[in-house]
Design a binder for this molecule. Structure first.
Ligand SMILES: N[C@@H](CCC(=O)N[C@@H](CS)C(=O)NCC(=O)O)C(=O)O
Length: 216
């Protein structure tokens, strides 16, 4: 049976895994869950992931959650398609470091803004919290800009790119709800060009969050 990916539209973590499956040309079945319908707390899903989060994969009888761990698993388990960790031992270590940095620091700043703009009623937005999160996020972007020396974050397209891109795309998407966030205008130049390369990937449009496609 094909590997199953439990996916939620708009989740940058689930998008990362979907991109990884496409990059490695691994056959998969996409099981889209609905956050609003409470699918993640239903018994069938809770039995797979006690944290009630996507992404979660089921590969034969093996269940795994946490996007970074899933991506590492896919790399080791499947030799198909292209590698997600190109380069030497040291270059691969840097890719892992970048994934950790994105998950730890970039995500933290992103979530400060996200919790307000996407998950709080507009009349209750804490504008100071948004401003602090936004400033942190831009500081992080500058650091990531300095990491980008060639076309990709690693020695070739890697797990680092597939981790960072969905996070940035989600941040820019927040401007739909709060246009004066001014994030798009503040993206540093190398990251701006890199985002265009990501958008040109053959599987970018296929994996673009369906509800964003429906409401561009
Ligand atoms: N550290 C986790 C984060 C996963 C996560 O937070 N997923 C969110 C969607 S972006 C989720 O499923 N949230 C549902 C909930 O918390 O109820 C990973 O990397 O997979």
């Amino acid at each position: 049976m094909a590997l199953r990916l439990y996916y939620g539209s708009g989740s940058p973590y689930a998008w990362r895994v979907w991109l990884a499956l496409e990059h490695k040309a691994i056959p998969y079945q996409l099981k889209t869950v609905s956050f609003s319908a409470g699918d993640l707390t239903k018994p069938e899903f809770s039995a797979l992931n006690p944290r009630h989060k996507v992404p979660t994969i089921v590969d034969d009888d093996f269940v795994l959650y946490e996007s970074a761990a899933i991506v590492e698993y896919l790399e080791e388990r499947y030799q198909s398609g292209k590698t997600l960790f190109p380069g030497s031992v040291r270059q691969r270590a840097v890719i892992r470091r970048l994934v950790r940095e994105a998950d730890q620091y970039l995500t933290h700043s992103m979530e400060r803004v996200l919790d307000q703009v996407l998950f709080t009623e507009q009349d209750q937005w804490d504008l100071k919290e948004i401003a602090v999160g936004r400033a942190d996020f831009l500081t992080e972007l500058d650091l990531f800009e300095s990491y980008l020396r060639g076309d990709w974050f690693g020695d070739g397209l890697s797990a680092a790119d597939l981790t960072i891109y969905p996070m940035l795309a989600l941040c820019l998407r927040m401007e739909k709800k709060k246009p004066d966030l001014g994030l798009t205008a503040s993206i540093p130049p190398k990251i701006r060009s890199w985002m265009k390369r990501m958008q040109a990937l053959p599987y970018h449009d296929k994996t673009y969050p369906p509800h964003w496609k429906a409401n561009p």
